[in-house]
Write a protein that binds this ligand. Structure first.
Ligand SMILES: *Cc1c(COP(=O)(O)O)cnc(C)c1O
Length: 403
């Protein structure tokens, strides 16, 4: 019998990281502001900005920190209302609360993407900013979102924690909004254990974020990649006027990330091939459905989500158990205890749990399975077989026609 693949282990860190880490261990040069220039964190920022084609990047301690700093850098007043999708990770509403703002949740459809009618309706309710969370890398209709927000002068932050490598109409996800935020936590495409980065073309916004991230005194000067009058003026404008939240990245993390930037294209290509292969196999089952992507989107998945078709709650639970018995862990977002992606578990939000029937219905039948880019064809087949057969275990051979 084939053993179930381990979908939790990450890829090894490229060998090239070792020399740099050894150098740092020798010199003790771990803090981004010790060296006068070219600290590993600074180089990472320059390389990541170049990779994304954006003007500025700021590396920080997590994507949550990047989201928090983005909201703070927008200068939102206390209790500003920030619209977010109701299907996302608890880190997103948490960053809004952390920034003294109020999260407003909008409905998400059964294809895991923002329901545009509900989004537009809620945009009228005094929304000061939007965080589009590309949850599990699924991209909502960015053309519609940007058009609606631009018309109202509402800034858009992209939570692209899980979308490194995804494109929309050929443009890199994370570069479409005012700010894009990424994660280097171990379950994302680039793994540093922890870490995050924000990108933007807005000099004033990045100057504010740099200072608030912990660039005390004149350390902001180490964020100048060359002559940039706008950026220099922005730093001068904000000197001594902002709190220092100290959410910096250290040099060790940067040294672990930098050699992985060259691996992104391969991981994206393999992840997409793996996902599409397993998706086609699941879609051949009458009980499983992988929603299609939107036209302009090219995905970079490292997991797969699918909906159960025609199963009640007991059958849904039985399916997850049957899959586990066949060696594949499936999480039904809305059924697993205390799932951090089910909005009703965000009990730290102010007020009553919002009533979002469409998102709730989706979460009660949407399944989540990890599918790292490093898996082999045999391992993908093993996962697909286990899922298809688990559905058959519960629902029988095939649905009788017409019933
Ligand atoms: C992982 C994740 C985050 C949080 O990233 P951290 O770096 O762990 O703070 C935010 N949003 C989404 C969609 C994520 O998947």
């Amino acid at each position: 019998m084939t053993l179930a693949p381990n979908v939790y282990d990450a890829e090894p860190i490229p060998e090239a990281a070792r020399e740099e880490i050894d150098r740092m261990l020798q010199s003790g040069d771990l803090f981004r502001y010790t060296a006068p220039e070219n600290a590993p964190v600074t180089l990472l920022e320059q390389e990541f900005a170049a990779h994304m084609g954006s003007k500025y990047a700021l590396a920080v301690s997590s994507c949550s920190a990047a989201l928090f700093l983005s909201l703070k850098a927008l200068g939102l007043p206390r209790d500003a209302r920030v619209l977010i999708p109701a299907f996302t990770f608890a880190a997103v509403p948490s960053s809004v609360v952390h920034a003294d703002c109020v999260p407003v949740l909008c409905e998400v459809g059964e294809n895991y993407r923002i329901d545009m009618a509900d989004f537009e309706a809620r945009l009228e309710g005094g929304i000061a900013a939007v965080i589009v969370s590309h949850m599990r890398g699924h991209t909502s209709d960015m053309d519609a979102i940007l058009t609606l927000c631009e018309a109202r002068g509402i800034p858009v932050i992209e939570d692209a924690a899980h979308s490194l490598g995804t494109t929309w109409d050929g443009r890199k996800i994370g570069t479409l909004g005012r700010v894009g935020c990424f994660s280097f936590q171990s379950y994302k495409l680039v793994n540093a254990g922890e870490g995050g980065i924000l990108i933007t073309d807005d000099a004033d916004l990045v100057a504010r974020a740099v200072i608030m991230s912990g660039a005390y005194e004149h350390n902001w000067a180490k964020h100048m990649a060359g002559a940039d009058a706008d950026l220099e003026a922005a730093f001068a404008r904000w000197q001594n006027r902002l709190p220092l939240y100290n959410l910096r990245m250290g040099n060790l993390s940067a040294a672990i990330i930098r050699p992985q930037l060259g691996e992104i294209a391969r991981r994206v290509r393999d992840g997409r091939t793996n996902h599409d292969y397993v998706a086609a196999r699941l879609n051949a089952s009458p009980w499983l459905e992988v929603p299609g992507k939107l036209g302009p989107e090219e995905r970079a998945p490292d997991s797969i989500q699918f909906n159960l078709v025609g199963m009640d709650e007991a059958e849904t639970r039985a399916f997850a158990e049957a899959a586990a018995a066949r060696g594949v862990k499936v999480q039904v977002f809305g059924l697993s205890t205390d799932n951090a992606r089910a909005f009703w578990n965000w009990r730290f939000l102010p007020g009553e749990t919002p009533d979002l029937p469409q998102t709730r219905a989706m979460l009660m039948r949407a399944c989540d399975t990890r599918l790292p880019a490093r898996l082999t064809m045999a391992e993908l087949d093993m996962i697909a077989d286990a899922l298809v057969m688990a559905a058959r275990d519960v629902m029988g051979e095939a649905r009788a026609y017409g019933t």
